[in-house]
Ligand binder design. Sequence first.
Ligand code: F6R
Length: 609
Amino acid sequence: MCGIVGYAGTRECGDILIDGLRRLEYRGYDSAGVAIHTTNGVERVRAEGKLANLERAFRDTPLHGTVGIGHTRWATHGRPSEANAHPHMVDGFVVVHNGIIENHMELRDELEAGGDRFESETDTEIIAHLVARERPKTDSLLEAVRNTMAQVRGSYAVVVMNADEPDLMVAARQASPLIVGLGDGENFAASDVPAIMMHTRDVVFMNDGDFAVIRRDSVEFSDTSGAPVTHTAKRILWDPVSAEKQGYKHFMLKEIHEQPDRIIDTMRGRVSLETNHVHFPDMALDDEVLSSVKRIIILACGTSYHAGMVGRYAIEKLARVPVEVDLASEFRYRDPVIGEGTLIVAISQSGETADTLAAVAEAKRRGAKAIAICNVIESTLTRVCEGTIYTHAGPEIGVASTKAFTTQLVALYLLAIWLAQERGTQEPAERIELLEGLRRIPGQIEKCIQDEARIREFARNYVDVHSFLFLGRGMQFPIALEGALKLKEISYIHAEGYAAGEMKHGPIALIDDDLPVVVVAPRNEHYEKVLSNLEEVKARGGRVIAVTSEPAGDVLRHADDVMTIPEVPELLQPLVTVIPLQLLSYCIADIKGTDIDQPRNLAKSVTVE
Ligand code: F6R
C-alpha cells in the first residue's frame, strides 16, 4: 500500500516529491514525509495525517535540494504517527519502503542486541539500520542495499539514500511495484506512473529482484547477484487528465459518471461490427490452452471478487464450463486441487493485490495457466499471467471501486461470449442479441445515473441508521454483496449482503424498522420469489428500498423507496442494477460528510496480506 517517489535531477525537488505523493495518496494516506539532500546533509520533514499536513510542515520548514525521496504511508507496523512516518533515517542512511518485512522481529532483536536504538515501531527502520551496518563493509551503497535485502524476508519496494553520497539513490523491488522514470537530465523512482507522468512518460517497470542506481544523468539496473540487467523503457500513452476531478465533488462521483464511456473502451476493438464475433487481439494465450479448458477458477478480492461471482453465471451459462470463484486470500492457503485443463482467471483493478498475486503464483506452481482481467497496464499481475484482458477503465482514484467493477463485468461477459463462440455452445443469433444488448448498456447506465438527484432526496432518510441488509438472488446476489460493500466502506454504516433465499435461515430475525433492507429485484426469472422476500420484510415492519425494472409496478406497493433500471437482457442486468446502489452509497456518505475518496483505514491498492 504506501506510495514512494524519488527524484535525482537539477530542479528543486521538494514540490516535485510532494506533487508526486499527492498522486499516490490513493495508496495510503495516514502520514507522509520527504527527505532531501541539502547543504546540511540529508534533512527530513514528516507529518501525521493527510498529505496536506506534510505540505503545511514543508512550507514552514522548506528544504532545498535536487535529490530526494518521499513517502505516503498506510500503516502496517506501528500506528500512524510522525515517528512512524517514512523516510526513516539511521546515521545518514535514509529509507522509504512499501511492503512488509516478515522477519522484522528477529532482525530487530539482533540489531538491538548489538546496541542499535530504534526511533519507530516500523519494520522499515530495520532496513535503514542494516544498510548503515553494511555500508562500511562494502564498496558502494548499491552493494550495501543488496546485502541488506538478502537478509530480509517479505515484500518491498525501497529507495535508499546516504547523506555522504548526495548524487544518487538506490532502489530495489521484490513483490511490491516500483518504476523508474527516465527524463532529460533527471530521473525518477515511483510506486506508480501518475506520480511522475507530468515529468516523463518513459518508464521502466522494475522486476522482482531488480536493483537500480539512479543518478540525474544515468540509471543502472542489476540483479540480486550483481549482474547488469537491461531494460527497455515503455512509453506511457494514457492521458493525465483522467487522473483529475474535472469539476466533480469527488473522484468517486466522477468515476460513476464515467462508466458509460469506459465500458465503450472495454469493448473497443474486441467486438467486430461486421461479423459479431468477439476477439482479444491484445491477449496472448495460445488457442490450444483455451480449447482444452475443462474448468475455470476465478480468483480475486473485494469488489473484484463480486465481479467474479457475476462472471461465473455468465461463463457457465454461455460456455458450459464449470467455474469456481474463490477469494484469493482463502485459495492461497487451502491446498487447492488443480486438475488438467484448469484455467485461472485472476481479476484485479490494481494488478498489485498481494493475495491475488500469491493465489495466482500458487495455482501456477501447481500447473495451471492463468489470465488476468486487470485495469493497470504493466502491473505485476499482468506480467505473471499468460495473457491479460485489460479493462481500460483509466485510473480509478476513489478508493471505492465503481468503474473498475462495471468494466470488469464487461470483460467477463466478453470472455464468456468468446468462450461460447470458440466452443460452439451458443447459437450465433443469441450471441448477436447479447452483443447488441451490451452495446446498449452505456446509454442505459447513463439513464440510471440521471436518477441521482431523486436518490439523494430519499437517501436523507437513511443517514442515521446503524445497519442495512442487501438482498439479491442469482446474478443479483453478488450485486447485493457489492451494494453492501460500497455502503460500508464509504459511509461507515454496517451493511450485510445476503442471498435472498437465505433470509429465512437467519437474518430475518434482525428485521424491524431500524434495519432498512435493500432488495435488488429487477424483472427476471427470480422476480416473483424476490417479491415474496420483499413482502416478508414488509410484514415484519421493515423499511424497503427496491431496485427494480421500470415500470416499477408491483414493487411500488411494497417498497418505501424505489430505484428503477431500464429493461435490459437478463444476463446483463448486474451491469445496471449496481448503478443505483453506487449512487445510494455515495449520496448517503456525502450527506453524512465522510471522506468519500479516502475512507478511513482503507487504501486503494492492498499490496500486503
Ligand atoms: C472496494 C474495493 C476493494 C478492491 C479489492 C481488490 O471498493 O475497491 O474491495 O476491490 O481490494 O482490489 P484489486 O481489484 O485492485 O485487486
